[in-house]
Design a protein around this ligand. Structure first.
Ligand code: GLV
Length: 322
């Protein structure tokens, strides 16, 4: 039973059922925010409960809802991305928006990308294709240092990915919008550096957030800037990819392969051409996920901070969008 008088943390999504997170949030609240109750939003949640909401933990929160919560102090994404929250043009201007920053999630992402880099660097795609024809042919062996991987986006996850690849001996390059440095990684920054960065890569991995600047970024011009035979790995957002441009680059043989973990429409519809496209590896948005406990612990911790008048620890820059 929810009490309409208690300060409330609202689990809220119009696309996903978040009730599975409730236990972890209740356990975290009992520790760090005693007195705060956890409620799962439905379109029928009574106004008396909404009036007591101090924090929303969400994924595609209904547009307009945050502006109708008079006590709201925190809007928290239950994932690393926040574009699904920032799409609401009516967010109160001083409302902090946070995203999940989880070292275990970053390590999961690094494992996924390391697997992809090893797969193509060691020519496993070619070896597997030959197995179908019972062909015994040893590929040439090169050192990892001869395989150049570019990571677009060096935030918490991109930096862990780049460090992990570098630790395994790959020639790692990173691209960010603003200058950044990372030991063992050749860093490039800004729009002018994008083409020279792309031109030298054997594999490009995107971990970019979805913003107005990155929506539709991977278009025909972008693929043309890659060297022939490059591999594209998308772990950012599906909306960044112009699908016909990818299919064209693959079918012309310009692109060796694409590893796609994110899609504009998820689950990927059964009739999507990507499922059966030679050279495309589809994975179900599985590259990495934070645990329920990590999500709940961080968001409840930030809730305790805002209720104590302190800024949350995981706020994004709302203007930049990440
Ligand atoms: C997943 O895509 C996330 O934003 O954490």
């Amino acid at each position: 039973m929810s009490s309409s008088a208690a300060p409330t943390l609202l689990l809220c999504s119009e696309t996903d059922d978040l009730s599975g997170l409730r236990g972890a949030f209740e356990a975290a609240a009992a520790q760090a925010c005693p007195g705060v109750q956890v409620v799962c939003w439905t379109p029928q949640t009574p106004a008396a409960v909404l009036d007591q909401v101090v924090a929303v933990a969400g994924w595609f929160v209904p547009v307009g809802l945050p502006a109708r919560l008079p006590r709201l102090r925190l809007l928290a994404s239950i994932g690393a991305g926040v574009e699904h929250l920032l799409r609401d043009p009516g967010l109160p201007s001083d409302l902090p928006v946070t995203r999940i920053v989880d070292p275990a999630q970053a390590r999961g992402m690094a494992e996924y990308v390391l697997w992809a880099a090893l797969h193509f660097h060691r020519d496993l795609d070619r070896v597997m294709a030959r197995q179908a024809h019972r062909q015994w042919r040893m590929p040439a062996q090169r050192p990892a240092a001869a395989y150049r991987v570019g990571v677009m986006g060096l935030g918490a996850m991109g930096a862990e990915v780049a460090r992990t690849l570098a630790a395994h001996g790959f020639d790692v390059h990173g691209w960010t919008r603003r200058p950044q440095s990372l030991p063992g990684v050749t860093c490039w920054a800004g729009d002018d550096a994008l083409r020279p960065f792309l031109a030298g890569l054997d594999m490009v991995v995107s971990l970019l957030p979805l913003t107005p600047q990155t929506r539709g970024l991977f278009d025909a011009d972008w693929f043309a800037a890659l060297r022939p035979g490059a591999v594209f790995v998308n772990c950012g957002r599906g909306e960044q990819l112009v699908e016909p441009a990818l299919l064209d680059a693959l079918r012309r043989g310009h692109l060796r392969a694409a590893v796609l973990d994110v899609f504009e429409h998820e689950p990927l519809p059964a009739d999507s051409p990507l499922w059966g496209e030679p050279g495309v590896l589809v994975t179900p948005h599985m590259a990495s996920a934070a645990s329920d406990e990590a999500i709940a612990g961080q968001i409840v911790g930030d809730t305790a901070r805002v209720l104590a008048g302190q800024p949350p620890l995981h706020a994004v820059d709302r203007q930049r969008g990440y």
